[in-house]
Design a protein around this ligand. Sequence first.
Ligand code: MEV
Length: 461
Amino acid sequence: MSSEQQSGRRPQIQSDLTETFKGFSKLSREERFDRLNEIGALTKEEVQFLRQGGLKSPELAEKFIENTLGYFQIPMGVATNFKIDGRDYVIPMAVEETSIIAAASKTAKWVREEGELTTESYGNLIIGQIQIANVRNFADFANTVTANSMTWIELANRDVAFGLVARGGGVREIQVRQVPRGFNADGTDAGTMAVIHVLADPCDAMGANIINQVCEYLKNHVEHATGEKVTMCILSNLVDTKLTRARVVLPNIDPELGKKIEEASLFALQDPYRAATNNKGVLNGIDPILIATGNDWRAVEAGVHAYAARDGQYRSITKWKMEGTSLVGLFEAPIVVGTVGGVTKLHPTAQLSLNMLGIESASELSRICAAVGLIQNLGALKALTTVGIIEGHMKLHIKNLTLGAGALEKEVPLVQKRLEEILMLTKRITLSNAIEVLREIRAAGKDAASGVKDATPIPAK
Ligand code: MEV
C-alpha cells in the first residue's frame, strides 16, 4: 500500500478501471474496499467510516429535519463498468431494490465493450415563478415587467444572488407568461393569470433556495411597479431551460435484439401506461445516485415526469431506434443537481460519494445520472424483450427469499441452489418455494450433516 493511501490522501483515480471492475461482484466487502482504496475512490478513513456502518450521529440528524428519531438506512453500493464520455467512473448508488446495481453494471459492461456512452448538457438556467393570479390587463402588465426587467435583474444580483454572481452565475433573464384561468361555472371567461419567470444560473448548486429568495425579493418590486398583487413565488421543477442528454450507440448489435428493443421503445413512447413503468426503470438508475450524493430526488423525479408529458401526452423519457446496423438510445430531461450546499455538504456519505465519483461540477453529476438512467433502461428493455424480467430479478431475489424462509447461515447455499433449479424449471419462484425447500433439506438431515445446529439464524428480511 502506498504512503498516500495510508495517509488517506486521495490519489488520482486511474483512467482505465477494467482491472478494478473485474469480478467485483464476487469479492467480499473487504476486498471491494481494498480495490476502491487502491484506485483512490475511497480513502482509508472513508473505508473505516463505511465499515462501521456509515452515518449514525443523532446530532447531525437533528440538523437535517425536525422531530428526529434516528436514521432509516438503505444499502449503498457501487455500479461498475461505466465508461462515460471516454472516462471510467465508480458510481455510488443508495437503493433498496435488488438487481438495480447488478443490471446497471452488467449493461454498462456490454456498452463499454461493444459501444459507447456519451452525454451533454444543454442550457444552464433554472426557473423561479412569480404568480399574479388574476391580472387586470395582461398587455400592460407584460410591458411594465419588460421595461423593469434589467433593473430587477441588477437589484436581485446585487442584494440576493451576490454569492452566485461571485462564482460566475446569477440572475440572467426575466420573462412573462400568460396562463389561461379557464372558465367560470356559468361559462364566462375566468380571466388571465400572469406568471413571471426569473431565470438564473446556479453554478454548481441546485439553486432551489436562492431562486426562491430572489423571487420573494422581487415580489415587492413587481407589486410596486405594476400595481398588481403577487399571489405566490416558488421555483419550477420543470426546468426545460437546463437539460441533460445521454446517448448510447451499439454498432453491430444482433439485429433481432435491436429490433425488439426498438419495438419496446415505441410501446413506451405511445402508451402512457407503459411509459410510466419505462420511466420508473430509468429513474431506478438516477434516484440512487441522487440519494447517495445528497440530492433532492423528488425534484428530479417531478422534472423528469413533467418533461415526459411536455407535448400533452405522458411518454417515455428515452428513445431507442435502429440506425442502419446500430442501436441508438437517447435520454433527454432536466436533471438539476448540486455538488455544493445543502445536504451534499452536511452529509458525510454524500461527500464521500461525490469524492468517489471524482467529478468537477454539478453538470458532470447530472450527465452521469442521465447516462446511468439510460443504461438502466437498456438493461431492462433487453431483459424484457428476451428472457423476461423474472429470471434476472428472481435470481437475485432468491437470497432474500432464502433468508425470509428462515434459513440458517450454513443452509443458505443449499437452499439457494435448489431454488435456482426450481426457477430454471418453472420460471417462477415464491417464498412458499423457499419454505418448502428448507423443510425438505432439514427433513433430509442435510443440515445436521453440515453441522449447523449451533449456527445463528439470520434475521428474516
Ligand atoms: C422495475 O423496477 C423496473 C422495470 O419495470 C422497468 C421497465 O419495465 O422498463 C423492469
